[in-house]
Write a protein that binds this ligand. Structure first.
Ligand code: ZN
Length: 204
């Protein structure tokens, strides 16, 4: 019986950066696109499953794949697998898998499934997810959702997203001003700015 629950890791920054660099040179590296896309897909799948368990107390059985509803603080599947609600919670605690970002995860999964074997469509799916991260960073005061999908500390993930946007220096200055305004009510953003952790690098 398979009883081990394993959640997908976040996607390494260097893979994403390498993909964008090769794409910018009009080189269609399908293998790299698959590595990044499948990485995001696995992570998105984990996010969707964890949020469903977290919000509706319905887990997927690691042994047979059936939906198991928690009863009396226990997940008990007909196939024999069981786990206490606390132990199940411990499998995803502090792994940045819980939150509203499951909406982005679901959308990416659908985009990726529809991309099939087409490099351009795969790239569109990935870029659309990266774009959602931007959109979220511009509009919300909560921690950027990119951190739930991409490896690294908050500041480095933030910087990567900015780098991928390819803003001109002028646009970046404008953005920084709006973040500065926003940071008055956003302790984590204020901290990043005060520490000088946010920087800007153009892709070569
Ligand atoms: Zn089962």
């Amino acid at each position: 019986m398979t009883t081990k629950i394993k959640w997908a890791d976040r996607v390494p920054q260097e893979k994403i950066r390498a993909l964008y660099k090769s794409d910018a040179k009009n080189f269609q590296d399908s293998e790299l696109a698959d590595e990044v896309g499948c990485g995001f897909y696995a992570r998105a799948e984990s996010i969707v499953k964890v949020n469903r368990a977290h919000n509706t107390a319905t887990a997927e059985c690691p042994n047979c794949g059936a939906d198991v509803v928690c009863g009396a603080n226990l997940y008990a599947c007909e196939c024999g697998w069981n786990m206490t609600a606390k132990d199940y919670h411990d499998t995803y605690r502090k792994k940045q898998l819980v939150g509203g970002m499951y909406v982005f995860a679901k959308k990416f999964m659908s985009d990726w499934e529809h991309a099939g074997g087409d490099y351009s469509k795969k790239m569109l799916a990935i870029d659309s997810l990266i774009h959602e991260f931007h959109w979220h960073m511009d509009r919300f005061v909560t921690r950027p959702v990119a951190i739930n999908f991409i490896e690294g500390k908050l500041a480095s993930v933030w910087n990567l997203i900015i780098e991928l946007a390819g803003y001109s220096k002028e646009t970046y200055k404008e953005k920084m001003e709006s973040w500065l305004k926003k940071s008055k009510d956003t302790p984590w953003l204020r901290e990043l700015i005060e520490k000088g952790s946010l920087h800007y690098a153009l892709l070569p």
